[in-house]
Design a protein around this ligand. Structure first.
Ligand code: NAI
Ligand code: 15L
Length: 272
């Protein structure tokens, strides 16, 4: 198996994935703008680099069979803060993948579709409804994957991650939670599947309260094994007092800096 490049290695998900994937015998190249805070897993190397530096990303990707792109701004921030790492950085990742013939796994987010209402069950081909500049950068990333597959045959698996934390911390996460174990199995399936093309996966555990329906998981042979339901008694009562936050799938990202005079009408045929 060729080496695998993992960006965002020093972040929460990178630090969970690095030892789990190394334990499977993968040769990992870890990178982040911040130092890697843990002992290096066996077979892994770490190089500090900025995603905005295309030459460094190109060098790091040399000879790699897959790029797990988890680096960048991971929360709601201003446009200038998001643009370089999440837009320019993504371009550097895709250019490197094109040169190397590598498959890209992109850590997309539910915030690319956050302004869909919670009562809807969405399929993966639903309209993008970003709830922030961050969510917009994730929609851009998924579309970058569409372009590079259609034009250059660069395979890419877009993991539209819900909430990936050790456990759910509020009622919304009973719908959106992804366990670290399910994430590791998802990444493994996405890298090792014989063919991926361009696909989009709702990256959440087997949550009965999920907002999400059909996607391309059968193509890579992944099915989640954990469920947020185990935590219902612990967190099911934890809701906010903000009507906008509670109405939309993206939660607090939708209500942040919300300045619309009247809420969007519920009628899907209204001019909203
Ligand atoms: P995180 O913020 O802990 O990790 C992101 C890492 O990217 C950080 O270590 C940071 O130093 C690095 N980074 C930021 N700017 C960079 C730059 N210019 N150059 C190089 N590295 C840079 O986020 P987390 O939770 O680990 O998420 C990982 C990925 O998964 C992110 O792309 C995030 O958007 C996505 N995601 C995570 C979700 C979650 O629930 N944890 C949900 C949806 C998406
Ligand atoms: C995300 O995209 C963020 O990276 C993460 O920090 C959480 O806010 C998550 O979405 C969520 O929606 O819970």
């Amino acid at each position: 198996m060729k080496p695998v490049l993992l960006t965002g290695a020093s972040g929460n998900l990178g630090r969970a994935l690095a030892p789990a994937l190394a334990a499977q015998g993968w040769a990992l190249r870890l990178t982040d703008i911040l130092p890697f805070p843990d002992p290096l897993p066996p077979g892994a190397s770490f190089t500090r680099a900025d995603l905005a530096d295309g030459l460094s990303i190109a060098r790091l990707a040399e000879g790699c069979g897959a790029i797990l792109h988890f680096g960048g701004i991971s929360v709601d921030k201003s446009y200038p803060e998001v643009a370089r790492p999440n837009l320019d950085g993504l371009y550097h990742i895709y250019e490197a993948a094109r040169r190397e013939g590598a498959r890209v796994l992109f850590a997309s987010s539910n915030h690319s579709i956050g302004f869909h209402e919670r009562g809807e069950t969405l399929d993966a081909d639903c309209a993008f409804r970003p709830d922030s500049y961050y969510g917009l950068s994730k929609a851009f990333g998924e579309l970058m994957g569409r372009l590079y597959w259609d034009k250059h045959g660069v395979e890419n698996v877009n993991l539209r991650i819900g909430s990936c934390f050790p456990k759910p911390i509020n009622a919304r996460m009973l719908s959106t939670w992804l366990s670290y174990g399910d994430l590791t199995r998802l990444v493994t399936a996405a890298v090792t599947a014989p063919r991926a093309g361009h696909c989009v996966i709702w990256a959440c555990s087997a949550n009965p309260a999920s907002f999400w329906g059909r996607d391309h998981r059968d193509r890579i042979g992944w099915a989640p094994q954990d469920t947020a339901e185990t935590f219902r008694a612990e967190v099911g009562h934890i809701v906010s007092t903000d009507a906008v936050e509670e109405r939309y799938q993206g939660g607090g990202y939708t209500s942040a800096e919300y300045s619309r005079a009247t809420p969007s009408p519920r009628d899907p045929f209204a001019l909203d």
